[in-house]
Design a protein around this ligand. Structure first.
Ligand code: BG6
Length: 482
């Protein structure tokens, strides 16, 4: 049974809250995963009353609610509150109002969800402490990005860590809430047939791609200072890499799993200095047909010199230095304005040791996260016919949508349920985040020091030419190019 909770969302009227958190909370409510008295208290600078906020949520989120559920939707709206707060400012009235609202409910689980920029995390936690709102059962949820490099991430971790214990801190990476990502753990650690071949003896290389068709309209303020490496690789792609490469944990518990993941990050071979040019690619989309280039995307601020230097695409050849993976490249790739929205992990096996048939291609396991979650194993089959044996790769495929009739929850639903249950397994531990930055920082430094700009690629295409050469020079190719 879910505990009664007060969920306080800072940045509660923002984009993430409207697009992801509130719909996810509604679905949790509908499925009976919120206790009847649980409240959702949005904080912003917006000066809204509870009624204003409910009206705004009703107007912006209701189209995601099935028609049959409108009565439940009304009940859900009744859980919502709004308070106006001033972080780091002189005006204490918002904090006093929050204290009054929470007073008398100290025994409830308190969750402070910071859906706000990272520089607000430390100040916000200090305000909470100052107002005496942190109880032993409080948790704090930090949205990405957690800093912009290792020192800034450490600073945030220190500031938040001065007020909350590590087990109270939930650092979100919403990729860990995706069904296929959790399924990867099940596939690897609940099936016997993969483990014997899951190593450098049998695997040629791994490709991890998160391709998006969207550009960055309206996000220049954020994106100019982020770029694909910070926005996607430091967190989502490296998380996918750890789950693909980790050793079997001894138990399905928070520390055992995260211990194994962190070891993978610590085993990444650093890419430094001149190697950065060899093992990484950065690109920026340029105008093509109706699609604007990055610099012409509408945004609240005009493009600056930073805009010209930011990468909207990156590809990296990573290596894990341990017994299982030595010599197996892990190619990472992500970009905006690519031709298809497609996220997948492709495990490419080696060729058969000795071939007795003409033709043939190595086996390949594709774990698809998006658009349709599923698993495909490409195996060689004989093409029917009475003549000479002809090989043909055919997929053995599992589509989650077709196999299971239950609704696939959004990543945020799963993660919010875990936060409310106090289970941090699918959240990033401090050492994980920092190990990821430790590997990313030298790449950022080298890019920063380089006089070169990112290579342009036409919007709607699969990245710049160098991304193809990154694999092509060792005779390999990205999955969709064959
Ligand atoms: C976010 C990034 O973390 O992930 C966005 O900030 C990106 O730039 C998004 O578009 C992708 O998430 P998903 O779940 O749509 O693949």
């Amino acid at each position: 049974v879910a505990h009664t909770a007060d969920l306080v969302v800072f940045g509660g009227t923002g984009d993430l809250s409207m697009r992801k958190l509130l719909p996810a909370l509604f679905h949790s409510d509908r499925d009976g995963r919120l206790a009847p008295e649980t409240r959702i208290i949005a904080l912003s600078r917006g000066g809204l009353t509870d009624a204003d906020f409910r009206g705004k949520v009703d107007a912006e989120v209701r189209d995601q609610v099935p028609a049959d559920d409108l009565a439940l939707w009304q009940r859900f709206l009744g859980r919502l509150h709004h308070l106006t707060v001033d972080v780091g400012g002189q005006d204490r009235t918002g904090w006093q109002a929050l204290s009054r609202l929470l007073a008398g409910h100290e025994s409830r689980d308190r969750v402070f969800y910071l859906a706000s920029p990272p520089m607000t995390f430390g100040p916000f936690c200090r305000e909470l402490e100052l107002a005496g709102l942190v109880t032993p059962d409080s948790r704090v949820v930090l949205e990405k990005p957690l800093g912009r490099d290792l020192p800034s991430a450490q600073l945030i971790n220190d500031e938040v860590g001065a007020i909350f214990d590590e087990q109270q801190i939930f650092r979100i990476d919403h990729y860990l809430g995706k069904e296929t990502v959790q399924n990867l753990l099940v596939l690897r650690f609940a099936n016997a047939f993969l483990e014997p071949v899951w190593n450098s003896l049998w695997i040629d290389h791994v490709q991890i791609t998160v391709a998006e068709t969207v550009g960055t309209p309206g996000r220049r303020g954020y994106y100019d200072h982020a770029g694909a490496l910070r926005d996607m690789v430091q967190n989502h792609l490296l998380q996918l890499l750890t789950l693909t490469a980790m050793e079997s944990p001894a138990r399905n518990d928070r520390e055992a799993i995260r211990d194994e993941k962190v070891k993978v990050l610590q085993s990444l071979r650093p890419i430094v200095g001149t190697e950065v040019g060899r093992f990484t690619v950065r690109g920026q989309y340029a105008q093509a047909g109706d699609l604007p280039g990055y610099l012409a995307e509408p945004g609240s601020t005009p493009p600056t010199e930073d805009s010209g230097r930011v990468e909207t695409f990156t590809a990296i050849r990573a290596e894990i230095r341990n017994w299982r993976w030595a010599g197996v490249p892990f190619y990472l790739r992500t970009g905006k304005r690519m031709p298809h929205r497609r996220s997948e992990i492709v495990v490419q096996f080696k060729d058969v040791p000795h071939s007795i048939f003409p033709g043939g291609a190595p086996n390949r396991l594709v774990l698809r996260l998006q658009p349709e979650e599923g698993i495909e194993l490409h195996i060689m089959a004989k093409e029917p016919g009475a003549g000479e044996i002809m090989l043909k790769p055919v997929p053995m495929s599992l589509s989650f949508g077709k196999t299971f009739t239950t609704r696939v929850p959004d990543a945020y639903e799963r993660l919010l349920t875990d936060v409310l249950a106090g289970n941090p397994t699918l959240f990033m531990r401090r050492d994980e985040v920092e190990a990821a930055w430790r590997w990313i920082d030298p790449i950022l430094d080298a890019w920063q020091a380089s006089p070169d700009l990112p290579e342009p690629y036409p919007a709607g295409t699969a990245g710049p030419a160098s991304a193809h050469e990154l694999l092509g020079r060792s005779g390999r190719a990205w999955h969709e190019e064959e």
